[in-house]
Ligand binder design. Structure first.
Ligand code: AMP
Ligand code: MG
Length: 414
């Protein structure tokens, strides 16, 4: 069937199709935990220790036996001083230990009274003006993590939080998958690199290659190892040669531009000659065309994704389709569908499209969503102004007060 006549895929159908593509597990490598930001954990990690490792105090104050303080005005002898990092001696009845946040609770003590509720009455005597419950202000050994328990599952994406957690149980190195190798290039005779316009002036009909900057940053944020072939001359030979070279050393090849239906362009014949290609029309706006396929090499193939050239289409297509595909190839576990939140529209959208729209919106101070006035697929200012996207069902009109599905950019950019 002619590509133009084929029914459009829904977003879900396109995602399911990509999620079913076979995946080769990447090799694992050991890296210092300090350098593991953004990597994907290759094996589950358990803690060898309790955290905290021993009962310790949450407050500066006095460690006591609660039974000695029931009067609410007990006078106790200060028998020792225990700063954090030091181990005290067993606490005798009728005594208190001066103790500082993080220090181990001495044997025999069962509560801490904060210093604000105590009065030093002599150099070695304290009056405790509070009757503590047993356990008061004590952090129990293992209350955060019990020794032997799994703290990070295989396939976890390592963010600042996961790195801190790994370090808190003493893990100096982690086994992570090697970085995904991604090649990118850009098509379009009109493209000019910033700083390279002849005479410093953009020629008539030319546009700056903004997609190069957007896509590179998106790929870097996902922790990919990137080769940028820049603007490839618009000939079949150059396109095929670049695809062949890229396939040899990369897991995934991404291009921008030239995937619109009917376009006289070399991406489609070049990928078909070097591998296999599906040209999809997805019922999504912006970002209808997407090419998905593979480019052969001696020992297998590299995946191929051709993004539309329109800058907003290319950005949104990346967030919706490329990002989950990359996460899966990286070995990340979990559901990569963008998380949507129910939020209130403060705008009118009376003439919806028949396709699934992704509208650029911003959160206002009243907790509702405002719409960027120009939703054109080339209007990059909408992506800078916006906080995220409204995922609007096909044909769904929106009025102020309606609840809509809001997807924040913040959840999609790393
Ligand atoms: P195409 O998908 O090649 O038909 O391009 C659609 C529109 O996007 C055209 O207006 C192109 O000039 C523009 N465009 C294509 N590639 C880029 C790019 N790399 N950066 C900015 N705009 C682009
Ligand atoms: Mg083009």
């Amino acid at each position: 069937m002619n590509a133009a006549k084929r029914p459009m895929l829904t977003v879900r159908e396109a995602l399911d199709f990509m999620a079913a593509a076979p995946r080769q597990a990447l090799k694992a490598e050991i890296v210092p935990t300090l350098d593991a930001n953004g990597r994907v954990l290759a094996e589950a990690k358990a803690s060898a220790i309790n955290v905290p490792s021993a009962d310790n105090t949450q407050m500066d104050g006095y460690a006591v036996r609660a039974a000695d303080c029931v009067s609410g005005a007990a006078t106790l002898r200060v028998s020792q001083r225990i700063p954090a990092g030091h181990v005290g001696e067993a606490l005798q009845p009728g005594c208190a230990a001066r103790i500082f946040t993080g220090a181990m609770i001495p044997e025999g003590a069962d509560a801490v009274v904060m210093q604000e509720q105590c009065e030093a009455v002599a150099p070695d005597m304290v009056r405790v003006l509070h009757a503590p419950q047993p356990g008061e202000w004590i952090r129990r050994a293992g209350e955060d993590i019990v020794a032997g328990s799994v703290i990070l599952a295989a396939g976890t994406r390592l963010r600042s939080q996961e790195l801190g957690l790994a370090a808190s149980v003493g893990l100096a190195h982690l086994s992570v998958y090697r970085r995904l190798r991604v090649a990118v290039f850009f098509t379009g005779d009109e493209l000019t690199m910033p700083g390279e316009a002849p005479g410093g002036k953009l020629a008539p009909g030319a546009v700056y290659n903004s997609n190069r900057f957007t896509l590179r940053a998106l790929l870097e944020n996902l922790g990919c190892s990137l080769t940028d072939y820049g603007i490839v001359p618009d000939t079949l030979d150059a396109t095929r040669a670049t695809l062949r070279a890229a396939a040899r050393e990369h897991d995934l090849i991404i291009t921008s531009g030239g995937v619109s239906v009917g376009e006289e362009d070399h991406i489609k014949p070049a990928v078909e000659a070097e591998g296999r290609l599906d040209m999809w029309q997805i019922a999504v706006k912006p970002g209808k065309p997407l090419a998905f396929g593979e480019v052969r090499r001696d020992d297998g193939c590299a995946y191929f994704l051709g993004l539309p050239g329109n800058p907003v289409s290319s950005f949104i297509t990346f967030l919706l389709f490329v990002r989950p595909f990359i996460l899966r190839l990286q070995g990340a576990a979990g559901d990569f569908a963008p998380r949507a939140y129910a939020m209130r529209s403060d705008f009118h959208w009376p003439r919806p499209d028949r396709r699934n729209e992704f509208l650029r919106v911003r959160i206002n101070d009243g907790g509702g969503l405002d719409l960027f006035p120009n939703q054109g697929s080339g209007v990059l200012t909408s992506t800078v102004w916006g906080d995220g996207l409204v995922d609007n069902a096909p044909g769904q009109a929106i009025a102020p007060g309606d609840m809509v599905r809001f997807i924040p950019f913040s959840g999609l950019l790393y």
